[in-house]
Design a protein around this ligand. Structure first.
Ligand SMILES: Cc1ncc(C[n+]2csc(CCO)c2C)c(N)n1
Length: 197
């Protein structure tokens, strides 16, 4: 008989949209949403965006896999969104919190090589000293294989999509460890004709 483990981890979520600069945008967006394994997250797609909710490990796994699936077509693909954790109203998706900790798409995603540029910003919400929290918690200089550039209102990361999402996830997890309600906005772009890479 398998032992049931109650997770004490908190529910996280991401609200994001894909923009595909191609006549095939519909097939590419719907294809990415359909072909990624989303069994470990609550998911809702409408005409504006997609929301996924569940354990942080699965939320990041699914968002990254959807992006990679679309970007590896070679089209200019951009994704913008917001990660959130600790939102006081968020609880109805708790059924997904009993999932294990193995990301379902990592085996497929880790073998995909795709360069991108990303800008992100962290917003620890329920704290007065938010700048200290951000500076103390995120140390992007330790992230492997990503070029980090300060930007107005954001930090820019350049490199492989897998490395960029690892850096995003590490920064988000560290900040939410000390500030319970945290959000993080991001925009990631690949195959842009005006790409610096
Ligand atoms: C991740 C993500 N989810 C939903 C949309 C909204 N959307 C815009 S076009 C389209 C396909 C044809 O209806 C959809 C679903 C998006 N852009 N990206």
């Amino acid at each position: 008989m398998s032992e049931e483990v109650c997770s004490t981890e908190r529910i996280a979520g991401a609200q994001f949209n894909l923009s595909v600069m191609s006549d095939d945008f519909k097939e590419i967006i719907l294809g990415a949403l359909a072909e990624v394994d989303t069994a470990n997250v609550w998911k809702d797609t409408d005409d504006v965006s997609t929301c996924v909710r569940g354990k942080p490990v699965h939320v990041f796994d699914v968002v990254k896999a959807i992006y990679l699936h679309a970007a590896k077509t070679g089209e200019h693909v951009e994704m913008s969104g917001t990660f959130s954790i600790g939102c006081p109203g968020d609880s109805s998706g708790d059924t997904y919190m009993d999932r294990g900790d193995t990301p379902a798409n990592e085996d497929n995603a880790s073998s995909v090589s795709q360069k991108a540029g990303c800008k992100f910003a962290l917003y620890p919400l329920n704290t007065g000293n938010y700048m200290d929290v951000i500076y103390e918690q995120i140390d992007l200089s330790k992230e492997q294989n990503v070029t980090v550039t300060p930007s107005h209102y954001a930090t820019r990361l350049d490199g492989e999509v897998n490395d960029i999402f690892r850096a995003l996830q590490n920064a988000f997890i560290k900040v939410q460890n000390v500030v319970s309600h945290t959000t993080m906005t991001f925009t990631i772009s690949a195959n842009s004709p005006s790409s610096k890479q």
